[in-house]
Design a binder for this molecule. Sequence first.
Ligand SMILES: Cc1cc2nc3c(=O)[nH]c(=O)nc-3n(C[C@H](O)[C@H](O)[C@H](O)COP(=O)(O)OP(=O)(O)OC[C@H]3O[C@@H](n4cnc5c(N)ncnc54)[C@H](O)[C@@H]3O)c2cc1C
Length: 389
Amino acid sequence: MTDVTQLPSARLPSGGHWRNWVGNQSFVARHKAEPSSEDELVSLMREASRRNLTIRVAGSGHSFTPVVATSGLLMSLKNMQGLVSADLDRKRVVVRAGTRIGDIGRALKRIGLSLANQGDIDTQAIAGALSTGTHGTGTQLGCLSSQAVGMRLVQRGGSIIDIDDDRDTETMAAAQVSIGMLGVISTITLQAVSAYNLKETLWREDFDSCMERHDELAANNRHFSFFWCPVAKSRHLYCLPDVTSVSKIKREHDVCEMKVMNVTDEPPSSNEMTFERVAYSSEIYPIEYIPELPWTRIRHPCRKRERGSATNPRVDANQAYELHLSGGISVCRRRLGHAEPVLRARERDNFCLWRSGNRLLGLSPRRRHDPSAVQGATALGKASFQSRR
Ligand SMILES: Cc1cc2nc3c(=O)[nH]c(=O)nc-3n(C[C@H](O)[C@H](O)[C@H](O)COP(=O)(O)OP(=O)(O)OC[C@H]3O[C@@H](n4cnc5c(N)ncnc54)[C@H](O)[C@@H]3O)c2cc1C
């Protein structure tokens, strides 16, 4: 543990309002600070602790849940970014906690390394992504936190601890997904791998054929994912290209937009006719998201029902999909409860598709209480994640 008693306490700047990326969480913090060095971070922690304030750090605010909220001191480490050091023999790098995943990929590429796996957005701060167990796809691959092998944490009061997987496996395991509860992460040591290229292939299938091929595709590809798109507009929420020309299925509603990615020795290329691309790993993983997803608009169908139209809820497939995206579909189902039967239209090991009359209500996880189902869901990777979100 590092002695920080000689460091002065900082003056705490005034606070203000904060909201997350999607806008479903907001709060007012009494103080807000953006330290640009670890010493400054320590001083802020000391002063906030002295005043008995709660302390939280915001990463990039991509979490949907109130995991950043505080009435005390809110910090952002956006001024604490970048690669600190690299051990090329062990393929390990130390990064500052506020570094964006995309920037880590770019830095690793320059030194011949890659992240073993990552999710499909790369704008999160690495500390936030690790702390929430952010994952990508791949039945044989771990989530981002599994790549963390060391961490430097500033704790309440300002003391610093260094955790190292080689010396203290158990503490490291606890720190890997701590949701900010063990202190403020200052730096992270990541276990990288030799640089590799990925080949991405996109196409479209109907729901039944996607379900039939699901296990085989997940087993035979390094990465497999799909987005179920109940209406044509759904595809645009995730900026997915129109792959009709390379797909047997020509319609755009109730379809699955499919993606596989595999390691390849092929040089970088992009073929807009076949919807295949080859590039350095971290250039293939991310997809584009529109920051104005309908999470903020989904409340309306629920409110309508709350105001008394429960016997005839007007939920069309599009609204249902929006509800599903927001996680609001379970609320919707509860409220529909006695109004009319909600049918389980299709069922897989880990999720169900719900339908009421001719209205699609969305997807929900099945056997939530069963740990083996959760493991199965993890193995199913992206598909199950999309269905749970
Ligand atoms: C469009 C979209 C797509 C998504 N897709 C995926 C996906 O494919 N897979 C997936 O798993 N998730 C996904 N998510 C969820 C999201 O990726 C994670 O919640 C996110 O990675 C959190 O990172 P963040 O930097 O935004 O952290 P924040 O949400 O800002 O913070 C998360 C937690 O980490 C803590 N924290 C942040 N920095 C520090 C620090 N330095 N020290 C200590 N604690 C800290 C915070 O206090 C908080 O408790 C998606 C989210 C969105 C909006």
